[in-house]
Design a protein around this ligand. Structure first.
Ligand code: F6P
Length: 322
């Protein structure tokens, strides 16, 4: 067996640690390992390099992905996938570890079905929106980055008696917003999964106004139903002219930076499991953390299901902000 490893889609902190774990585990079992650069694009362009243990030294603490990443349209075509398979064959690569989100896994599943090449996925996305695993790689680092930024915004918000809307990432997923909202004591949290949360926010704002609360933070996921923090701020300013509102969009700062201890450990555990799974003949599975135990779950689940938002956390956030 020869293993190819790649990262694809939006990068997330911990991807380098996962690549390292894959390479080192493969080496441990005397399996050759190849890094495919720029994800599926590199497979098509034959941008493939052999990786030895030394090549992954000093990478565990680095953000981003040293194999680079891309969102590749050509891989969606039959010709693109054929080229990719021929390049893998030329290197003798017979199995893949795919690190990325649901888009990455969708491509992997089609490719694996067409060319009978076993794939193990490692869920790497800051959004924490992959079904079958309690947590995705990079989510912890991204939410810590957002939390630190919001704490700083809290200081200036208090000094000036202002209402801040802080937009965090999450086009379709509100997990970063929910977690950071709870962790920073936000007055409100707006997420794409919940309809009508703006009305609830208005109620909280009215309560805060009556009790003369000095500093207010609302954490807004970029994909929430009004269309993001700027649009929400306009609505709030019209309804509550007495609030002095400011907006901060945190953006891609959440995607970078050195991974937390949690993400480094998670990446290491997932990387080891991925290689050991391939070695034992598994295919089309995802390395997942379930109830704090590593396990394999079918890749199919990760691409066909969406994780449910934690209603208990939403309830808790409302209790704490009242
Ligand atoms: O999927 C991760 C993510 O960071 C989302 O939260 C965000 O909406 C999107 O990627 C941004 O993508 P891009 O970097 O391509 O603009």
């Amino acid at each position: 067996m020869k293993i190819g490893v790649f990262t694809s889609g939006g990068d997330s902190p911990g991807m380098n640690a996962a690549i390292r774990a894959v390479v080192r585990t493969a080496n441990h079992y005397n399996i050759e390992c190849y890094g495919i650069r720029y994800g599926y694009q590199g497979m098509i362009d034959n941008d493939i390099v052999k990786l030895e243990s030394n090549d992954v030294s000093y990478t565990i603490d680095k953000g981003g992905t040293f194999l680079f990443s891309a969102r590749c349209m050509e891989f969606k075509t039959d010709e693109g996938r054929k080229k990719a398979f021929e390049n893998l064959q030329a290197h003798g690569i017979t199995a893949l570890v795919a690190i990325g989100g649901d888009g990455t896994f969708r491509g992997a599943r089609i490719f694996s079905d067409e060319y009978n090449i076993p794939v193990i996925g490692i869920p790497g996305t800051i959004d924490n929106d992959i079904a079958g695993t309690d947590v995705t790689l990079g989510y912890d680092t991204a939410s810590n980055t957002a939390m630190e930024a919001i704490d700083k915004i809290r200081d200036t918000s208090t000094s000036h008696n202002r209402l801040f809307l802080v937009e965090v990432m999450g086009r379709d997923a509100g997990d970063i917003a929910l977690r950071c909202g709870i962790a920073t004591g936000a007055l409100g949290i707006l997420i794409p999964e919940m309809e009508g949360d703006l009305e609830l926010l208005y109620e909280s704002l009215e309560r805060a106004r009556l009790r003369k609360k000095k500093s207010n933070i609302v954490v807004v996921a970029e994909g929430e139903e009004s269309g993001g923090a700027l649009l929400v701020s306009k609505k709030i300013s019209e309804k509550f002219p007495e609030y002095e509102v400011r907006v901060t969009v945190l953006g891609h700062i959440q995607r970078g930076g050195s991974p937390t201890v949690f993400d480094r450990e998670l990446a290491s555990r997932m990387g080891v499991l991925a290689v050991e799974a391939l070695r034992s003949g598994q295919k089309n599975q995802m390395a997942a953390l379930v109830d704090n135990k590593m396990q394999l779950v079918p890749l199919e689940r990760a691409v066909t299901e969406k994780p449910e938002i934690n209603l208990e956390k939403i309830r808790m956030a409302m209790v704490l902000s009242s």
